[in-house]
Write a new protein. Sequence first.
Lengths: 137, 137
Amino acid sequence: LVKYKLMITKKERFTVQKQIILNYLQNTRTHPTAEKIYNEVKKKIPQISLSTVYRILKEFAKKKLIKEISFTESRFDSYTKPHPHFLCQSCQMLYDLNIKDQNKLLKKKLEIGKVFDFDLFYHGLCRNCLKKEKTKT
Amino acid sequence: LVKYKLMITKKERFTVQKQIILNYLQNTRTHPTAEKIYNEVKKKIPQISLSTVYRILKEFAKKKLIKEISFTESRFDSYTKPHPHFLCQSCQMLYDLNIKDQNKLLKKKLEIGKVFDFDLFYHGLCRNCLKKEKTKT
DNA sequence: CTAGGTGCAAAATGTTTGCACACGA
DNA sequence: TCGTGTGCAAACATTTTGCACCTAG
């Protein structure tokens, strides 16, 4: 919370809605959906709208106060063996990777349950987009 | 293709639509979206509809001929450090994991580009759902 | 033939946006 | 006060579904 207050620029405002949403998120480890957050926050601010929740979540994510776990559009891959991917933040290209330790990941014994598959996504900038960034400056 | 033909049950039919979609997927490594697949397949079957594409993709995914990379609803996490997750196929609960090698994953040098973050999702059945499965039988 | 598959349109679901009003600084 | 943030409704994007017709086996 303190960390967030320091982030607020002169043009921005610290509203009750933001405070309650942030407070809720920082006190849960359940990875809630927007809908869930909306319903929880509604208990304290009955008139809040879902769009406000979305707007605030986007703002928090941009400030890196929270992390949004999402994948806008489904993609389909005929290569079905588990293999890691690299998703470029800039051009949205999804690359295949071949990493030798991948079997370790699948065989990993987890307390939580039985693992059948995994998805490993690296996020970053691909070579092409890195080049473009450089030429800009 | 041969593999798929063997999978077709008596009740199912092998249509041109299925054949062309499968063929397209097996000859691309670009992880296309449903829309992209639709547009490509349309070149060969102009009258095909997007819903057919979706239906066939779901069928292929169920048969494990292809893999669907998706995340239906966004989730938000106030714990922003990269950390692995476990997603239960049955109850959809998303659990946090703490694995010691995670820093290795982030520091990994990739040819493809610069990595800023990663998401590692394990898919499987959590303890609770495994128990439920057992009691069923 | 005939039941399963397709195309179309409409519905459902999740997310974003335009606009008038409210309210934090 | 004044401009950013909010609530509402409507728009948007992606995916699913109902239904009549088509077609593979």
